[in-house]
Write a protein that binds this ligand. Structure first.
Ligand SMILES: Nc1nc2c(ncn2[C@@H]2O[C@H](COP(=O)(O)OP(=O)(O)O)[C@@H](O)[C@H]2O)c(=O)[nH]1
Ligand SMILES: [Mg+2]
Length: 232
């Protein structure tokens, strides 16, 4: 359901932005669960497809999602989706069933009670990850520590895509990272911009089907470069 002008947008609209690349085995179930959780409240689901070679788009469209395309990378897809979203609250979530739709309420409420960005955290009390490897957990710890020291933050997690934003906030961040550095760029910019940031616990499930697109060392290096680039 595309909204053509701001006056068309229903009050309290929530946008759920899902970057997806070859997720035909996951996307249908995810959209079904999101719709059930959102129930009668106004929402839109925006799938940002990276020109999948499988039937991701066909399934997502049949389930009622709006489809936009971005073939550059995960970050680039997320930026495209966040900028296209019309909601008062905008949620980003992965397509691989790692992010539980029943946590949506917590992320949405975080914005409704006054925060600008609300970030799911796997490593605060109540959070957990069933998906992260030991090496990636170690790398994440290191990057969290680095960002907290350099930018005076107190994050418990980074590099995690289950988040929510107040309308207008993603655009003001002028996001640039085209790959998996995007989550780190958001953490850093939220600090630098003095935004009101809330972390809420999140349990990351194992990717349900298909292959992970993140490559630990290639993308770890990209995250490090993101931190350095944003130091100025
Ligand atoms: N549009 C688009 N989505 C992507 C791309 N790379 C990954 N994704 C999606 O981004 C989300 C996170 O990717 P995933 O491979 O699960 O990363 P991981 O959970 O960090 O290992 C999933 O929904 C992917 O389908 C890309 O190049 N383009
Ligand atoms: Mg994943």
């Amino acid at each position: 359901m595309p909204f053509t002008s701001v006056s068309d947008v229903p009050k309290g609209l929530v946008s759920i932005v899902i970057p997806a690349l070859n997720e035909e085995k996951n996307i249908g179930k995810l959209i079904g669960e999101v719709k059930r959780i959102m129930g009668g409240s106004p929402y839109e689901i925006v799938v940002v497809d990276g020109h999948s070679s499988d039937n991701t788009v066909g399934i997502a469209r049949r389930m009622g999602a709006s489809i936009i395309y971005d073939s550059v990378g995960k970050g680039s897809a997320l930026i495209t989706g966040l900028n296209a979203a019309k909601g008062e609250v905008i949620v980003s979530m992965d397509a691989d069933l790692s992010n539980e739709p029943r946590e949506l309420g917590l992320l949405i409420d975080g914005i409704r009670i006054g925060y600008d960005v609300c970030m799911g955290s796997r490593f605060m009390t109540g959070g957990n990850s069933e998906d992260i490897s030991f090496v990636r957990k170690l790398g994440n710890r290191f990057f969290v520590m680095l960002v907290n020291v350099i930018f005076a933050g107190s994050y418990s997690d980074m590099c995690y895509g289950y988040r929510s934003f107040r309308r207008g906030v993603p655009r003001k961040m002028h996001l640039k990272e085209k790959g998996f550095g995007i989550e780190t760029e958001i953490n850093i910019k939220a600090m630098k911009m003095g935004l009101r940031v809330l972390e809420v616990p999140s349990v990351e499930k194992k990717r349900a089907a298909g292959d992970p697109k993140l490559r630990t060392f290639r993308d770890g290096y990209a995250i490090l470069k993101t931190i350095i680039k944003n130091m100025g």
